[in-house]
Design a protein around this ligand. Structure first.
Ligand code: ADP
Ligand code: F6P
Length: 319
């Protein structure tokens, strides 16, 4: 019987539980023994490992967060830390491991592959910052959370004829801002991938007012700067009342959307299929509605680009 492990690492994302469920149940279905590793690479180093069965993952498909907990582990970035982790895997007889997380977590998985353990990365992050896959698990749910906030901000900013600037997460990636801004009909979307100029932004706002716009919604990606500071500058330059809203960790929680649950189920299952075929050092993802897998090194070397056509579309539609 092959023994595999599963862990969640880095920032949590809605749908991680659905992915854990898929790994556990697909693994058991293939006759594998599936071990749950708690608290990311920390739990690996400390041997916090429990055997999972079908009922360990009952009633979690609809829950945000991760039942395995998650963590960021500095020690795993060191050779000694990884040696400790590798020894623990040997003690528990774990031959293959599924790592659910973002690019940082995948680097850890890559290192585990180099140490001889078959490792498969499943993209779990709200940021959608991995270039090899169209979508990461958690992104869609986070978008819907942002959209709900934009809808509410639209009500109040319209009533007061104000400018509302909403800061969203995403680290260095502007996808949360881009997709939520397009879906929410935002007048301006500010992303780290495109150079930002405060005067140009204020000019568009004032031009909009001249054309009859009574209020503005601006979506700002956190990678560009702080909403409070930019709001102050806008108010100073335009003379228009401006309010900032920072959505923060609300974006990381909540029941996963249908899209994220389906994606998590497919990708968790595919990760187990790869381990069953004795393949390692790979990541799974989705491209044009097809489940794909590719070499982990290759995936990590790909540069994520912003979709400029979508940015342009959002600009045209919000004029
Ligand atoms: P994410 O996986 O969401 O990108 P982080 O970048 O915080 O989140 O990475 C999560 C964890 O992955 C880190 O705390 C660390 O344990 C591990 N990790 C990150 N980079 C490396 C690396 N270069 N080598 C080994 N482990 C790493
Ligand atoms: O990677 C997910 C993410 O939520 C980013 O969007 C954000 O910059 C970061 O994690 C926040 O990290 P923490 O939860 O450690 O504050």
């Amino acid at each position: 019987m092959k023994t595999i492990g599963v862990l969640t690492s880095g920032g949590d994302a809605p749908g991680m539980n659905a992915a854990i469920r898929a790994v556990v149940r697909s693994g058991i279905d293939k006759g594998m023994k599936v071990m749950g590793i708690m608290r990311g690479y920390n739990g690996l180093i400390n041997g916090e490992i429990i055997e999972m069965n079908r009922s360990s993952v009952s009633d979690i498909i609809h829950r945000g967060g991760t039942i395995l907990r998650t963590a960021r582990c500095e020690e795993f970035k060191t050779e000694e830390g990884r040696e400790k982790g590798a020894n623990v895997l040997k003690v528990f007889g774990i031959e293959g491991i599924v790592v659910i997380g973002g690019d940082g977590s995948f680097k850890g998985a890559e290192k585990l592959s180099e140490l001889g353990f078959e490792s498969i990365g499943v993209p779990g992050t709200i940021d959608n910052d991995l270039a090899y896959t169209d979508y990461t698990i958690g992104f869609d749910t986070a978008l819907n959370t942002v959209l709900d906030a934009i809808n509410k901000l639209r009500d109040t900013s319209a009533s007061h004829e104000r400018i509302s600037i909403v800061e969203v997460m995403g680290r260095k990636c502007g996808d949360i801002a881009l997709y939520s801004g397009l879906a929410g009909g935002a007048e301006n979307i500010i992303v780290p991938e495109v150079e930002f100029n405060i005067d140009d932004l204020c000019k568009t706002i004032l031009e909009g007012r001249l054309k009859g716009k009574l209020h503005n919604i601006i979506v700002l990606a956190e990678g560009v700067g702080h909403a409070n500071e930019i709001a102050e500058q806008i108010q100073e330059i335009t003379g228009l009342e401006t309010r900032a809203t920072i959505l923060g960790h609300i974006q990381r929680g909540g029941s996963p959307s249908a899209f994220d649950r389906v994606l998590a189920s497919k990708l968790g299952n595919r990760a187990v299929e790869l381990l069953n075929e004795n393949q390692g050092s790979r990541v799974v993802g989705i491209k044009g509605n097809e489940v794909i897998d590719c070499d982990i090194k290759e995936a990590l070397s790909m540069k994520k680009e912003i979709n400029r056509d979508m940015l342009e579309l959002a600009r045209v539609l919000s004029k």
